[in-house]
Design a protein around this ligand. Structure first.
Ligand SMILES: [Zn+2]
Length: 309
């Protein structure tokens, strides 16, 4: 990878519970830095420590930009504001929900996830640009995974911060589809937009930065075609991804506790109802999905416990 593509950027590659964080360094000593996305609330102190360590002498974190407001992308906002006094900049579609801290519209209640409350100081609209350290980042609308998501593109250097719109192998769960709102067309449109950008380096929301955008787009489109052909497959995949996410936070867990999570999580019930009540109850369906996760090697079932693989 051409190291110049990453100059002035620090990428903190996290796991799946926390999104990656990208620190955009300001120019010279005493410059102002911007952080893109802040991880999950359970990792907030680690995120603060990573930023503190990466800031150059005299440099201040003056701004946080969220690509979208899923709990794994903005869960560190409140802690970072406390630690550094940074301003929080969000996509406009979520402004009212944040102002009222409406956990239904912000999806945290639906998914049974947590996020510490924060305030937004400014909006980043599609088409807006901001400059940090000799790079200019343009915000582009990237609906699909989340209707209000942005991606950020530095056209001069050909660097794309793609959030969960494009990963090296696929893209994030298409959450509106789990709500019964068609969004596969949005995913396709967003992939077309990304293709038009001529990016030489993609920094995804999860996983390592990569150069082969053409390969990633091909894999994403074939995944999208499979989901379009069988939306039930996407719905089951989405619920399994949320269950795995829950396990990453909970750690290893007795199977009955995981099944209680399936029973208590509103989006699981919604999807279960839409699919015609498979297995008779959300918990029984959850047990089937857990077996599938075990068969896929994502979890290990042993002596009544569910372990992260
Ligand atoms: Zn997301």
């Amino acid at each position: 990878m051409n190291p110049r593509l990453l100059s002035g950027l620090s990428v903190f590659e996290r796991g799946w519970l926390s999104s990656n964080n990208i620190l955009l360094h300001g120019s010279g000593e005493g410059g102002h830095a911007t952080l893109v996305d802040t991880g999950y609330v359970a990792h907030a102190e680690q995120t603060v420590a990573l930023v503190r360590h990466a800031l150059r002498p005299g440099q201040a974190l003056c701004r946080i930009v969220n690509t979208h407001l899923h709990s794994d992308h903005c869960g560190g906002n409140a802690a970072l504001v406390r630690a550094f006094g940074a301003q929080v900049v969000i996509p406009p579609g979520d402004a009212d929900a944040v102002a009222q801290w409406d956990e239904d519209r912000l999806t945290y209640r639906l998914t049974n996830q947590r996020c510490e409350r924060f305030n937004a100081d400014a909006l980043l609209r599609p088409g807006d640009s901001f400059a940090v350290g000799g790079r200019t980042w343009q915000a582009l609308a990237a609906p699909g995974h989340d209707p209000h998501s942005l991606v950020l593109f530095d056209a001069q250097h050909g660097v794309l911060i793609s959030a969960d719109a494009l990963w090296e192998n696929g893209f994030g769960v298409v959450f509106p589809e789990l709500d019964g709102l068609g969004a596969f067309d949005d995913v396709a449109t967003t992939l077309d937009l990304i293709e038009s950008l001529d990016a030489r380096l993609v920094i995804p929301g999860h996983g390592a930065p990569f150069n082969d955008m053409a390969g990633a787009l091909q894999r994403a489109r074939s995944r999208l075609a499979a989901f379009r052909a069988d939306p039930t497959r996407h719905a089951r995949h989405g619920i399994k991804a949320l269950a795995k996410y829950h396990l990453l936070e909970a750690g290893n867990e007795p199977l009955p506790e995981l099944l209680a999570w399936f029973a208590a999580t509103p989006i699981v019930r919604q999807v279960w109802l839409r699919l015609g009540r498979p297995a008779g109850s959300p918990a029984a369906w959850g047990e089937q999905l857990t077996s599938e996760l075990a068969a896929q090697g994502v979890v290990v079932l042993r002596e009544g416990m569910v372990h992260n693989a």
